[in-house]
Design a protein around this ligand. Structure first.
Ligand code: ZN
Ligand code: ZN
Length: 903
């Protein structure tokens, strides 16, 4: 039976099959006892909120690529999978589901609600793991973790208690970002600041016992109900006069002092500001400096409370409208100015966050940030691209305490207990039986949960078993690398470095590769509202996983922030996959001799899987120039790809492979090999050639495997192999790019021949010589070396240029009615007499020329049109420019061709 591949590569037929095969043979399982050095990546855990979108694909593909590459190059690799409970995100999603049934979480109660979320988690977890498998993810599923599993809960509690004991966690009343819809505190990072078109309201505050007043400006007039002072900068011209005066707060009638404070911004509004300590972080500080009372005027849901007087019960924005109307009617509003300013929005639900005074838990960041800054500065953690470090330093050097408590139900409950008898706070890993201070047994646990990013910060070591001293933790920590999107550098990367250094005394990973974000073809972020979302699942279904992987990896240039993805782009790489398939199919079909002969003639040639093996074939039979050339080129490609992948240069590795496979291996080597392969009268020559084809394909499959795991496995399984061959290309050794096999001489000679052949072919097609016609070819050169080389490899030129008769000469030939081209050290002639009809050809060329000239004129008019240039989108202008350049090029070619056929 001949070895043959299916006619077409249908990804869906092979992908599931091979993933199952890899899993069944446990090829992705870490092998701590293998004696190999460890290489570990802990997955950035996807949220259990739903499915993986296109943006998730990129870091996953790159991680898989690195893991497969490292396994092949001799490491004991562990890619550890897991998912994140994603506190607020998941809770929001499940609340939305409940709302469809007309229910709220409060209707269910804490216990029932949390049960509901677990149900949700189980179903969406399966979607995520299925998708990772579809992508080919070489994950060690036996070590999968979840941020709320037993071990990780223990890790979270341990870390919290330790931080508390070290004085790094504290509880207190501060102004935090509050989402009135989610009804929880948010960290500074979760409040997304965006500019909005608002107003600046100038409000008159009467000075007591005078007819005079001051004017204060605010963007949030409703907060005035909680004012407890006004402040003025010492240099303000009214400072001396106002000092000691009493201000009467309109509506409420509260009497308030004027405080002089040099932190007041003299440029804002009138230079006199209202102070609302319970509703503004700066005012909170000012209030502390001057011992001002804090009056909260809002409820947790964003409505006004009893301190708002007659406005109590109104929504904050409704209160604003009514209050402004009242001030206007009573002559207390001086003016309203339009004012663009930034406002925080809840990252989850887009509600405008309220700076709100409340009691929360905080993590002191400054002491943790110091060592984490040093770790990046001294290279313990290497950022790729290094420019990301500046952003990191900037944030870390100005870091503020992190509000870690959330008023949610889904997450790690804070391990703090309160004695109901004496108010003692006890922070401990398990619930205490009685109060240390008064002995009471009436103890309740803090109702709040931790910010979801708290457990994420422990992820690199909690997943390996911390706080237990496990074998995995000792072997795989610090992990080798982290690949993640740059937009979570603060949320996650920085916090992991801080917590890794704090809990483990060692950085969590040695390398961080920041991948760009997926965008549409025009560079715009994908979003439902723009209707430009490319569905990951559809891409994979339509083009196959390997094509999607290649399209993503080849765009991964370090530091690049956005990566366009479109169906057209992925389709291009599907063509590459098909090219590889067809080449493999051709080789495999030609490995067996005459039909019916049965077994592969490669026989003991199987297992020639290194460049050294292939090169040693020369002892049996001299290698042809094409063989020496391809081995030399393959050697360079192996060494380039190895180096690129070692340095996370995904783009370079993919580009080298793409160019080599397409434009050297398929277009040239296989074509030249056919000369030997079809040598019916020299079976040795044929076998020799089969061995080389088989061996080079084997090497190619192994270096393509990390990028395109499925097609390479399917083809590789069809290759005849020796008995000791591994069971899968996924665990086959990486080829060595030993430079001993570089053959400069062969590369130089092939370059000369390829140039001549390419130019001869181009001339034929430009002159419209039908492909079936065997036209003559004359190469005229004064170089003896070149003529000798051509003489030796006449067969290459003749077969690849469809030449009837090849003349190699040092006598200048007749130029009349010849197409000519200049190549290095020679001139090439294609005599056209008797090959084409000159009159007809002249007509055709003139017609084409006229068409092209018309296009050129149209484009030039556009490019000279100022209005067009000013208004057209850049990609349209670029298109016109490109078309114009191509037309000009075409025009000169047509003109030259016309000369050849004219008298
Ligand atoms: Zn919210
Ligand atoms: Zn007590």
């Amino acid at each position: 039976m001949a070895i043959s591949l299916d006619k077409r590569y249908e990804p869906s037929q092979y992908e599931e099959k091979w993933y199952r095969f890899w899993e069944e043979h446990e090829l992705f399982k870490a092998q701590p006892d293998s004696g190999k050095p460890p290489f570990c990546i802990v997955i950035p855990p996807p949220n259990v909120t739903g499915i993986l979108h296109t943006g998730h694909l990129l870091p996953m593909v790159l991680q898989d690529l690195v893991i497969r590459f490292k396994r092949a190059t001799g490491y004991d690799t562990l890619w550890l999978p897991g998912t994140d409970h994603a506190g607020i995100a998941t809770q929001t999603v499940v609340e939305r589901e409940l709302a469809k049934e007309g229910l709220t979480r409060k209707d269910l109660g804490r216990e029932k609600f949390v049960e509901r979320v677990w149900e949700w988690k189980h179903s969406s977890h399966k979607n995520i793991t299925d998708q990772l498998k579809k992508l080919g993810g070489a994950l060690d599923w036996s070590r999968e973790r979840f941020t709320l599993d037993e071990g990780l809960c223990k890790a979270v509690t341990r870390a919290f208690v330790q931080l508390f004991k070290d004085g790094l966690i504290y509880r207190g009343f501060y102004i935090i970002n509050w989402c009135p819809r989610c009804q929880t505190a948010l960290s500074d990072l979760e409040a997304v600041h965006r500019p909005v078109d608002g107003n600046l309201y100038y409000i008159k505050y009467p000075i007591k016992d005078t007819v005079d007043h001051i004017v204060v400006a605010t963007t949030r007039p409703e907060t005035m109900l909680g004012d407890t002072a006004v402040a003025i900068h010492p240099s303000h011209k009214r400072a001396g006069h106002l000092k000691g005066k009493t201000i009467v707060l309109p509506v409420i009638g509260r009497e308030m002092p004027v405080v002089v404070d040099d932190k007041v911004d003299p440029e804002f509004g009138t230079g006199i500001v209202k102070i609302t300590p319970a509703h503004d972080p700066n005012d909170f500080e000012t209030g502390n400096r001057h011992g001002l009372p804090r009056i909260t005027v809002m409820n947790k849901d964003g409505t006004m409370n009893q301190n708002a007087g007659e406005y109590a019960g109104l929504d904050r924005f409704e209160c604003r409208r009514k209050l402004v109307k009242f001030l206007k009617q009573n002559g207390l509003l001086e003016k309203i100015e339009p004012h663009k300013h930034t406002v925080g929005h809840c990252q989850r639900c887009e509600t405008i966050v309220e700076p709100y005074l409340s009691q929360q838990w905080f993590l002191r960041m400054k002491p943790l940030a110091g060592p984490a800054i040093a770790a990046v500065k001294n290279g313990d953690v290497q950022f790729i691209a290094p420019t990301w470090a500046n952003l990191y330093y900037d944030w870390m050097e100005n870091i503020r305490d992190w509000c870690i408590s959330r008023q949610l139900w889904w997450g790690h409950r804070i391990p703090a207990y309160y004695c109901q008898s004496c108010d003692e706070t006890i922070v401990t890993e398990s619930k205490p039986e009685r109060c240390d201070k008064c002995g009471s047994e009436d103890i309740v646990q803090d109702e709040d949960v931790l910010d979801t990013w708290f457990s994420s910060a422990l992820w690199p070591f909690s997943t390996l078993g911390w706080p237990e001293d496990t074998a995995d933790l000792r072997r795989y920590y610090p992990t080798s690398c982290l690949i993640t999107a740059f937009d979570i550098i603060f949320f996650w990367v920085a916090r992991m470095i801080m917590m890794g250094l704090y809990s483990m005394n060692e950085v969590p990973f040695k390398v961080v590769y920041f991948n760009g974000l997926i965008c549409d073809e025009k560079g715009q972020k994908m979003s439902k509202s723009k209707d430009n979302v490319v569905d990951a699942r559809k891409l994979i279904a339509d083009f196959g996983t390997d094509a999607v992987r290649f399209a993503l990896a080849i765009q991964s240039v370090p530091g690049r922030q956005s990566l366009p993805i479109s169906e057209g782009r992925v389709a291009g790489y599907r063509n590459f996959v098909n090219k590889m398939w067809n080449a493999s199919r051709f080789i495999l079909m030609n490995l067996s001799d005459d039909e019916g002969q049965g077994a592969s003639v490669v026989g003991e040639g199987a297992g020639l899987t290194t460049l050294a093996d292939l090169s040693a074939l020369s002892k049996e039979q001299p290698l042809s120039l094409a063989d020496r050339w391809i081995l030399s080129r393959l050697c360079r490609v192996v060494s380039d790809v190895t180096e690129d992948l070692d340095e996370y240069k995904f783009y370079e590795a993919c580009d080298v492979l793409y160019q080599f496979v397409w434009h050297e291996y398929c277009d040239w080597y296989i074509e030249l090999a056919k000369l030997d392969l079809y040598q019916q009268n020299d079976p040795d020559q044929r076998t020799h050639c089969q061995r080389l084809l088989c061996g080079t394909l084997d090497i190619l499959l192994r270096i393509l495997h990390p990028i395109m795991p499925f097609i390479t496995e399917e083809v590789w399984q069809h290759l005849p192999r020796g008995a000791r061959s591994p069971i899968s290309v996924a665990v086959a050794d990486w080829p060595k790019g030993d430079t001993a096999f570089v053959d400069d001489d062969a590369e130089r000679s092939m370059a000369v021949l390829m140039e001549i052949i390419t130019k001869a072919r181009t001339m034929r097609s430009e002159m419209n010589v039908p492909p079936s016609v065997l036209a003559p070819l004359v190469v005229y050169s004064k170089s003896n070396d070149l003529r000798t080389l051509l003489q030796e490899h006449k067969d290459y030129v003749v077969s690849l240029t469809k030449t009837g008769s090849l003349t190699i000469t040092d006598d200048e030939p007749q130029r009349k009615h010849c197409a000519t081209a200049v190549a290095t050290d020679c001139e090439i002639f294609v005599p056209l007499e008797g090959i084409i009809d000159f009159n007809k050809e002249q007509d055709r060329l003139r017609r084409d020329l006229a068409k092209i000239e018309k296009n050129i004129k149209t484009d030039e008019l556009k490019l000279r049109n100022r209005e067009f240039m000013a208004k057209a989108p850049t990609d349209v202008i670029e298109l016109v420019n490109m078309r114009h350049k191509e037309s000009m090029d075409q025009k000169s070619k047509l003109k030259r061709a016309l000369e050849f056929v004219s008298d």
